[in-house]
Design a protein around this ligand. Structure first.
Ligand code: G16
Length: 543
């Protein structure tokens, strides 16, 4: 094998967002876009000489070709071993687990998560560190800095091995270990949850439906739910991953998982429904006629995780991203454990998990996870729910009602305005930031602003500071609205508006969230001038 050094020049637009670099597939495919970013990653982390890396992705269009390039570049950069999922497939949580289990130095995960896949859709790449978690801000800054002064990349002039079969290959002096992507992860799940109790629940006639959305969790869910736990054959639907996710949008929410919602709200609905996203780290939970919002799911899991063997000793603490509702805070307070509020992005949980300060984390964006890996984990959340339902012997709807009756209900909704003109979106945030000091005391419809600020996070573990992490407006009645721009889109800007209001009156716990939040929704528009500035009368997606 020869190491070739290829001259290159910086390519604009390689700044990682909330979770690695996400771009249109066509952009990634235009050489040397991928090569530059991979070399910048290797250089940004201080080189990979002698290292072991885990490499895998969600199987979307260009996954296999990109992995072949990454392997050739890893070999030319002196890596000792690359551990690759068979066929180039690894769910994000499974990749995180492999990095940890094998003591690898890090990993490259190829995914644009819940974004659609295909030649005209999206692709992504991110680096995870030796703890199995997404690179911290300081590391992604180094990677980004390198993309701006890169002048060459290194690549082997040999073909990458066939990764379709399990086995060990050589690429020059580098070992390429092709492994079963599912078994290690399935074993980990079996070690955390009471599989006997879940098996008994499923034998008792409890029916479930898991929608893999033609994405990476298909093989994982089939093995765990059907093979190991005995769910009826066919309980896992859309189980064969496809490069364009069956032409769909693999985002587990009531909009994009419409089929599942219709089934769960239809006649003869199963007892439990769930879905996961493109790379398997997000989840949606829905009972018969009862959708569970991600923020509520986090609160319920925090309350009852001790019913699963892996969490029987209780939680050390919990953490949520700032825009996530305060439902979990109320649980933490009742249990006397710490609750941390971090910026959006799973990478901000890593230090808390590593330091043993939190053992359960979650985000409003359909992510929940624990210290078993350093990513959010879709199937993990599904199994914890099943474990809880098996022990409590109750339905999802009953469980939610009991939770709200005890803790109150944080009515919650997120309104997304997608592909908004980037300049208009930036101006909206800029003007809001300028207006912040004068907002307190102002009335917007029925609500009065108590306090408004721009969220900043001081990491209690490494002392780093993340600024400008979203605008928060608190009202005197305890309601809250948050404005921020998404860091995961690939076209224009996406404005996210997060709306929340706590309700504790027993008779008022079963309203439609959009109705319960009507005053907050109106105030949000009045404060930010959303309709006027974006030209949109309605959000594109309401979750
Ligand atoms: C990523 C991050 C999450 C974040 C989500 C939404 O999820 O890992 O931490 O909450 O994006 O981010 P934004 O609001 O900036 O679009 P995923 O599932 O896309 O990797």
């Amino acid at each position: 094998m020869q190491r070739i050094t290829v001259k290159t020049a910086p390519i604009p637009g390689q700044k990682p967002g909330t979770s690695g670099l996400r771009k249109k597939t066509a952009v990634f495919m235009r050489s040397p876009f991928l090569e530059n970013y991979v070399q910048a990653t290797f250089d940004g982390i201080g080189g990979i000489e002698g290292q072991t890396l885990v490499v895998g992705g969600d199987g979307r269009y260009f996954n296999d070709q990109a992995i072949a390039i990454i392997l050739r570049m890893a070999a030319a950069n002196g890596a000792a071993t690359c551990i690759v999922g068979q066929g180039g497939v690894l769910s994000t949580p499974a990749a995180s687990h492999l990095i940890r289990k094998r003591g690898a130095d890090g990993g490259l995960i190829l995914s644009a998560s819940h974004n659609p896949g295909g030649p005209d859709a999206d692709f992504g790449l991110k680096y995870n560190g030796p703890n199995g978690g997404p690179a911290t801000e300081s590391v992604t800054e180094k990677i980004y800095a390198r993309t701006q002064d890169i002048s060459e990349y290194r690549i082997a002039d040999a073909d990458a091995p066939d990764i379709g079969q399990i086995g060990t290959h050589a690429l020059g002096p580098m070992r390429v270990e092709v492994i079963d992507p599912v078994s290690d992860y399935a074993d980990l799940m079996e070690s955390l949850f009471d599989f006997d109790a879940i098996r008994a629940l499923l034998r008792s006639g409890f029916r479930l439906r898991f929608d893999a959305m033609h994405a990476v969790t298909g093989p994982y869910a089939s093995e765990i739910l059907e093979n190991r736990l005995g769910a009826a054959a066919g309980s896992v639907v859309n189980a064969t991953p496809s490069p364009d996710f069956g032409g769909g949008h693999p985002d587990p929410n009531p909009i994009w998982a419409r089929d599942l919602m219709d089934t769960m709200y239809g006649p003869d609905a199963p007892d439990f429904g769930a879905a996961s996203d493109g790379d398997g780290d997000r989840n949606m939970i829905v009972g018969r006629g009862c959708y569970v919002s991600p923020s509520d799911s986090l609160a319920v899991l925090a309350d009852l995780a001790h019913l699963a063997p892996g969490y029987a000793r209780g939680l050390k603490g919990v953490a949520r991203s700032m825009p996530t509702s305060g439902a979990v805070d109320r649980v933490a307070q009742a249990k006397g454990i710490a609750c941390y509020e971090t910026p959006t992005g799973w990478k901000f949980f890593g230090n808390l998990l590593d330091a043993g300060m939190a053992s359960l984390c979650g985000e409003e964006s359909a992510g929940t996870g624990s210290d078993h890996v350093r990513e959010k984990d879709g199937l993990w959340a599904v199994l914890l729910w099943l474990n809880i339902l098996a022990i409590k012997n109750t339905s999802v709807a009953q469980l939610m009602q009991a939770h709200w009756a005890h803790y109150g209900r944080n009515y919650y909704s997120r309104h997304d305005y997608e592909e908004v003109d980037a300049e208009a979106a930036n101006a909206l945030i800029r003007d809001l930031t300028t207006a912040l000091p004068g907002l307190a005391g102002q009335r917007f419809g029925a609500l009065e602003v108590a306090q408004a600020d721009e969220f900043r996070y001081d990491d209690p573990v490494d002392g780093s500071t993340a600024r400008s992490q979203g605008i928060r407006v608190f009202f005197t009645n305890g309601a809250r609205v948050v404005f921020r721009l998404s860091g995961t889109g690939t076209a224009g800007a996406t404005l996210r508006v997060y709306l929340e209001r706590l309700e504790t009156v027993p008779d008022a716990l079963a309203e439609d969230p959009q109705t319960a939040l009507a005053d907050v929704i109106a105030a949000a528009d009045a404060i930010a001038g959303i309709t006027a500035r974006t030209g949109r009368a309605q959000p594109d997606v309401i979750t």
